[in-house]
Design a protein. Structure first.
Ligand code: HEC
Length: 140
């Protein structure tokens, strides 16, 4: 899944640079379409399109586990950036003591190095909350 995440991020920057390119050169539409294809394929696999086209709630909602694995795991499985790891009961105990509402708010709006919606603005509030539930349920 980490590889897919990386691809999604790469796809996003490719999409941005391709559209800048398209504005300057309409001769090369076919090549552009070809380069965009892998991005479409990633979206079909249930990855978010990096928030480029997707309004919140666009597309089928992800299950909590899917959301976690697609967006949150990069930091919360590894402890990257100081993220409390999934399954680290001691790290989660004081956070859980804040109450679920605070955890939801922090996950949705961001909190220090924790990016809003895990850095994926196309996630709905419910998808983020589901991922929080999944994360803490596996960290008690
Ligand atoms: C870029 C890395 C990164 C990603 C991606 C990420 N987190 Fe975090 N998260 C953090 C860090 C770092 C903290 C600790 C912030 C602090 O306490 O200062 C954190 C803290 C949290 C907390 C605890 C907040 C609190 O009040 O104690 C929750 C809940 C959380 N993340 C949920 C999620 C969910 C759900 C996702 C996916 C939608 C996610 N995170 C994705 C880095 C990340």
């Amino acid at each position: 899944m980490k590889v897919l995440n990386t691809l999604a991020v790469l796809g996003l920057s490719a999409a941005v640079s391709v559209s800048a390119f398209a504005a300057n050169n309409s001769m090369d539409k076919e090549a552009i379409a070809e380069r965009l294809q892998p991005i479409g394929a990633l979206c079909l696999q249930g990855e978010d399109c990096g928030g480029v086209a997707a309004a919140p709630a666009a597309g089928p909602a992800k299950s909590p586990e899917e959301t976690y694995n697609a967006v949150c795991m990069a930091c919360h499985n590894t402890g990257a950036a100081g993220a409390p790891k999934k399954g680290d009961v001691a790290a989660w105990e004081p956070r859980l003591a804040q109450g679920m509402d605070t955890l939801y708010t922090h996950a949705i709006n961001g909190f220090n190095a924790m990016p809003a919606r895990g850095g994926n603005p196309s996630l709905s509030d419910d998808e983020v909350k589901g991922a929080v539930d999944y994360l803490v349920e596996n960290s008690k």
